[in-house]
Write a protein of this length. Structure first.
Length: 113
């Protein structure tokens, strides 16, 4: 699904809702900043991004795929004009050490923020 939104990532395509579910974690670390920027670029002012992904507690490069997202990667969404509405941490059923989050982000009503 993320790849679909990336292809829409032009200045004219703005969506009220974007759902990103475990796609970014499947991508190598060296392309993630571009992908995060592309996903957020299609979100309209006041729009909502709902994301479900694995996360890690360290900035060290993880084994993978999948490669869980780091705190600094999650912070990029805020740096690109989104704010966090809610975050739910959960563990994948049957895999106690696999930490995941469901995060709802919203774009500020003004693109200048």
């Amino acid at each position: 699904m993320t790849l679909f939104f990336i292809t829409l990532g032009t200045q004219s395509a703005k969506l009220d809702k974007v759902f990103e579910c475990r796609n970014i974690q499947a991508l190598p670390l060296n392309v993630r900043s571009w992908v995060i920027s592309s996903v957020t670029s299609v979100l309209a002012p006041g729009g909502t991004l709902l994301m479900i992904t694995r996360v890690r507690d360290t900035e060290a490069e993880p084994d993978g795929p999948p490669w869980p997202l780091s705190n600094s990667e999650l912070a990029q969404f805020k740096d690109l004009g989104l704010y966090q509405v809610e975050q739910l941490v959960f563990l994948e059923s049957g895999q106690i050490d696999v930490k995941q989050v469901r995060i709802e982000y919203r774009r500020h009503n003004s693109l200048s923020k």
